[in-house]
Ligand binder design. Structure first.
Ligand SMILES: [Zn+2]
Ligand SMILES: [Zn+2]
Length: 175
């Protein structure tokens, strides 16, 4: 089955080719726990031929909801980025040389002249999802004792434990 979401490098051989895709990724496929919702992904840009390969310039935009790692509330998230990529044909014989270049710039090795965009886009999404998302920089999280969301209301657990320690100290002083 031919994937409709491909860029034809043969067409870009002559002159730069513009592209625009709307992609959907099922959450299960991305398998990133903090990501609880994802919108369709917009990917547009241009591919042009360069020496021994192709250069891709892309704009990637998507949104969704992430679960805050402190208070566990799902909050809206938006990612818009511009990136460039160099596309080289996969040639095992030249691998060592390519390995070196790979450290300097983002390289993608293609197998066929019709390059599927989904794997390229998925890699960017994976990089954009934070390991420990925060709904806001100073999220106060949940109380470890009663589970109260401390952004919404305060609980009295902390006071109680301070009181308890204070009482213990007073007792010590009496002795
Ligand atoms: Zn939070
Ligand atoms: Zn509490």
């Amino acid at each position: 089955m031919k994937d409709a979401n491909t860029i034809s490098l043969e067409a870009a051989q002559g002159e730069p080719v513009d592209f625009e895709f709307q992609l959907t990724f099922p959450l299960e496929a991305l398998d990133r726990e903090p990501l609880v919702e994802i919108s369709p992904v917009h990917f547009a840009g241009q591919v042009s031929a360069i020496e021994s390969g192709f250069a891709l310039q892309g704009d990637l935009g998507w949104g969704g909801r992430l679960e805050c790692s402190r208070c566990l509330v799902a909050y809206p998230f938006r990612s818009d980025e511009e990136f460039s990529l160099v596309l080289y044909p996969r040639q095992p014989a030249e691998r060592d040389e390519r390995e070196l270049e790979r450290e300097e710039l983002d390289v993608y090795f293609f197998e066929t002249p019709d390059v599927a965009v989904a794997p390229i886009v998925e890699e960017r999404i994976q990089m954009a999802v934070p390991m420990k998302p925060l709904c806001r920089e100073d999220c106060r999280g949940l109380c470890v004792h009663c589970g109260q969301d401390l952004n919404v209301a305060t609980c009295h657990c902390n006071e109680k434990s301070i009181d308890a320690r204070w009482e213990a100290l007073k007792k010590l002083k009496k002795v």
